[in-house]
Design a binder for this molecule. Structure first.
Ligand code: GUN
Ligand code: FE
Length: 462
């Protein structure tokens, strides 16, 4: 899905990926048909011999490579709470379920188990890139980065920043917070040195950040040559009222972030459920991205993000699982929820002519799951689709893998379309590749993922 609404199916292709040298991890050729691996690769590196060339055969009856999923918003630290939220709404959910859990990850053995599990589980569900929230604790945040690097997942790692309106047991002073941020930044840059694992500044959301903290974080980003930034925005009405009370000098919630220079091309804003026209304009002008988290928004009854309205304005939108506001770290499942939420908006539309416009199609939500996410994270030059020069971040899908929940029949559609004007029966085609993709979309899961690669490195297989 290289562009919104496009489903590009390329049959029987060979893809060459460089595993060494300056193009490491990149797609170096895409050719029609099968190739002689050694001969074709020698075009790019004359010194190659047969042992240097690894051939992966993805040809089966219903087998295809799909770009790896991009999760633009996931709280790695909240994974133990996935599915546990009762009837709570955002602000009481944070106090009751979330802050106590996040605080418990300051124990290294707890963090180790949680982070190992979440990285393994997201990879097995096809997530090749994730923008992670960790916790306020610097040491365990570094541990998450180490695990992503070791397991070969592409990741943005965020140490959570909060210096006000948070419980005493889970809050830092402004000074400590900035010091810990610098600590994590220098670890990623100097010690880990993995270009796939990068920092993302993470002011949790306006209520938990002082004006001074937000200003200093934006300065830190600029000093370091424009870092990624992630936060939450306009998730629930109660939250928005709170922000209005806390920042009376700002016209809207989005103006708070704008005022402290946190809206940049490398900023990703989770939720954006209740934006005004003016706020959407600010986001568009700043070229910030939106992370649509439909599973979370429905679970916490926060609201329905008007994705079509955002896309129509040219705002970049990706998908987020928002674990554990969302209950599954599975972007395919989040994409299905995005598909349904768009239909709920359609049902609410009184003007019947406009109803269909709200609906997101299967190729459109698959775009959000891949290329849209890449755009929202300002990484579209590197990931999101299969192109020469981009990284090979991929999942190998097999609709007939053991235990698959997708049943594919060798079935021809019945000849039911009778053209009554001339009584000729039109013979519709049988099941198409597009149909197979839709079957995978609605009924597929991790059992259909035979392998996952990031930058050409295998990171999961079944
Ligand atoms: N707003 C502030 N913190 C959070 C969080 O952890 N999850 C969600 N969904 N919204 C938030
Ligand atoms: Fe969140």
């Amino acid at each position: 899905t290289p562009s919104l609404g496009q489903l590009r199916i390329r049959n029987k292709l060979s893809v060459g990926v460089s595993l060494v040298g300056p193009n490491k991890g990149e797609i170096v050729f895409i050719k029609q048909g099968s190739v002689d691996p050694v001969a074709d690769c020698k075009e790019f590196d004359n010194s190659l011999v047969a042992q240097d060339v690894i051939a992966v055969d993805g040809t089966g009856e219903a087998t295809f490579f799909f770009p790896g999923f991009v999760d633009t918003h996931i709280h790695a630290s909240q994974y133990p709470n996935a599915g546990i939220f009762g009837n709570s709404t955002l602000l009481n959910w944070l106090e009751t379920y979330t802050f106590p859990l996040e605080a418990s990850l300051e124990h290294p053995e707890v963090a180790q188990e949680v982070y190992e599990t979440v990285v393994r589980r997201t990879l097995s569900n096809g997530t090749t890139t994730a923008a992670y929230f960790a916790t306020i604790d610097a040491e365990s945040t570094k541990l998450l980065a180490r695990i992503c690097s070791l397991r070969n997942q592409r990741a943005l790692i965020g140490k959570v920043c909060m210096d006000q309106n948070s419980p005493d047991y889970y809050r830092e002073t402004t000074e400590m917070c900035l010091q810990n941020c610098r600590n994590v930044l220098s670890f990623l840059d100097q010690e880990l040195g993995d270009p796939k694992v990068l920092p993302i500044l993470t002011p949790r959301f306006a209520p938990s950040c002082s004006r001074e903290l937000m200003l200093k974080l934006s300065q830190l980003s600029q000093d370091q040559g424009h870092l990624h930034i992630q936060t939450h925005l306009c998730e629930s009405n109660e939250e928005i009222s709170w922000v209005r009370a806390l920042f009376p000098e700002c016209e809207t919630y989005t103006h708070v972030y704008e005022q402290f220079n946190l809206l940049t091309k490398k900023t990703v804003l989770a939720h954006c459920v209740h934006l005004t026209d003016d706020e959407a304009q600010l986001i568009k002008a700043a070229e910030s991205g939106v992370s649509h988290c439909p599973t979370s928004n429905s679970s916490l009854t926060s609201g329905e993000c008007k994705v079509r309205w955002l896309l129509d304005q040219g705002i970049k939108v990706g998908l987020g699982t928002d674990v554990s506001g969302g209950f599954a770290c599975n972007i395919l499942a989040a994409a299905r929820q995005a598909h349904l939420v768009s239909r709920h908006l359609a049902m609410r539309e009184q003007n019947l002519k406009l109803r269909d416009h709200w609906k997101l199609s299967v190729p459109e939500v698959l775009f959000l799951a891949t290329m849209g996410g890449a755009q929202a994270l300002d990484m579209e030059e590197k990931i999101g689709s299969f192109e020469v020069g981009k990284q090979f971040d991929a999942q190998l899908i097999d609709l007939q893998s053991p235990g698959s929940n997708v049943d594919v029949f060798a079935w021809q559609r019945p000849n039911s379309q009778i053209n009554h004007t001339n009584n000729r029966v039109k013979l519709p085609p049988g099941i198409t590749s597009e149909d197979l993709i839709a079957k995978w979309f609605f009924n597929g899961d991790d059992r259909n993922i035979r392998g996952v690669w990031v930058a050409g490195n295998p990171c999961h297989s079944t």
